[in-house]
Design a protein around this ligand. Structure first.
Ligand code: PMP
Length: 404
């Protein structure tokens, strides 16, 4: 039985005060908080078996290697990848996207087309623009509508035999919209294009099955899923990962090195040059264990309850506009108060101990679409409560009174 008060006890940070008020943490889409169970794993690593992996004969190195590879298997099982070597440990979503974008440099030529969506985070726009500059390929954009949804008929119209790659986020960080990636993947494959899904915002809420999705690449960050920063994963179908050249050269990613020629290691090591974030990988596995013990169905239905409650209560505030009104969305509310800059609202909420994000959320094209400089974004996790949403509503009303 899900009991939010019991869950909250797992998160030491939730009992602290900010500016003399109990912390209300509503910046979960930027980074999630860390439960004691994951903190313990981090402390255990540095207290008991900190060692470099894969290359040591000594016991500590073997222990660290075993734990790191077990974590990879946990991630494999979580995403239902066919093979553990299809999981590449990265420093986060941004790293995973850049790894794939770099790999495609040698596979694209002038005249090829890449499709992205209007709902992307900058990290799923800029690497593809750089790829286009390198290769002469061109970027096409699936437009969005007023509700913050992709206009799928326009996607159908953009697809052609020129399309080589399609990049879409599973869930928009700025608006919370859940994109119809099943359809996008299917249609892209009909013209022979590969698909990368940015799962930075979906993985805290749902459990993607990469085989059922038949997706070519899927990327995520541990720090949005109760894990540490500086850690993430790239899933790639074995055939694609074999085809792509390595991203970085260095130790660990080689089979043999001479000054005449270097041969590369097998997957996944071909893409993991240098000493990785060993503790981060192990803690990522622990974070996935933690979330699975609660259950993603339980998490999704509780967060949906929070979203509905917050939407209803925020909508009742006069002069408040919510951006992103799709029926298919996760627990993110992006809003503005008439005539008031989002930064000012965020500053007053902070004085009340309420952490929200303000600005363009690394998604400037979305802000341009609505002709606004930014929004206030409250994003909820399974450890938030309705009482905290009540505090947010009181805070917004206070901000409105002070700033109007
Ligand atoms: N894509 C989306 C949709 C995101 O929300 C984020 C993080 N805000 C990223 C990519 C980048 O993730 P990271 O900074 O962990 O690499």
């Amino acid at each position: 039985m899900f009991n939010v008060e019991t869950i909250r006890k797992d998160f030491p940070i939730l009992s602290r005060e900010v500016n003399g008020k109990p912390l209300v943490y509503f910046d979960n889409a930027a980074t999630s908080q860390t439960p004691q169970q994951v903190i313990d794993v981090i402390v255990d690593y540095y207290s008991n078996y900190n060692a470099n992996i894969h290359r040591g004969v000594h016991s500590l190195s073997q222990e660290a290697t075993d734990k790191y590879e077990q974590a990879r298997q946990k991630i494999q099982a979580h995403f239902n990848a066919k093979h553990a070597h299809e999981i590449i440990f990265t420093s986060g979503t941004t790293h995973g996207i850049n790894l794939v974008a770099n790999g495609f440099s040698s596979l694209l030529t002038k005249g090829d087309e890449i499709i992205v969506s209007a709902l992307e985070h900058h990290s799923n726009i800029v690497p593809w623009q750089m790829l286009c500059e390198r290769t002469g390929a061109s970027l096409k954009v699936i437009p969005m509508n007023q509700d913050g949804e992709l206009v799928i008929s326009e996607f159908d119209a953009l697809l052609s035999e020129k399309t080589k790659l399609v990049f879409v986020n599973h869930i928009s960080n700025a608006l919370g919209t859940i994109n119809p990636i099943e359809y996008i993947i299917k249609q892209a494959h009909l013209v022979g294009a590969a698909v990368l899904i940015d799962g930075a915002q979906s993985t805290p809420h749902i459990k993607p099955d990469v085989q059922a999705l038949d997706v070519d690449f899927y990327v995520a960050s541990a720090h949005k899923m109760c894990g540490p920063t500086g850690q993430g994963m790239l899933y790639g179908k074995e055939a694609w990962l074999k085809k792509l050249p390595p991203y970085q050269g260095g130790g660990e990613m080689i089979a043999e090195v001479t000054f005449e020629k270097t041969t590369y290691a097998d997957l996944p090591h071909k893409f993991e040059a240098g000493t990785p974030n060993i503790c981060g990988g192990i803690a990522f596995g622990a974070a996935v264990d933690y979330m699975n013990a609660i259950g993603f169905d339980t998490i999704a239905s509780y967060e949906q309850e929070l979203l509905e409650y917050a939407t209803k209560n925020l909508q009742s505030i006069e002069g408040l506009t919510i951006y992103g009104t799709s029926k298919h969305k996760t627990s993110v509310i992006s809003f503005n108060l008439d005539g008031i800059h989002p930064y000012d609202v965020g500053t007053i909420l902070d004085k009340l101990g309420i952490a929200v994000r303000t600005g363009h959320h690394c998604a400037q094209p979305i802000m341009d679409f609505y002709s606004i400089p930014g929004t206030v974004r409250a994003s909820f996790a399974f450890y938030n409560t309705k009482a905290e949403i009540d505090a947010l509503v009181v805070g917004i009303k206070k901000a409105k009174m002070m700033l109007s």
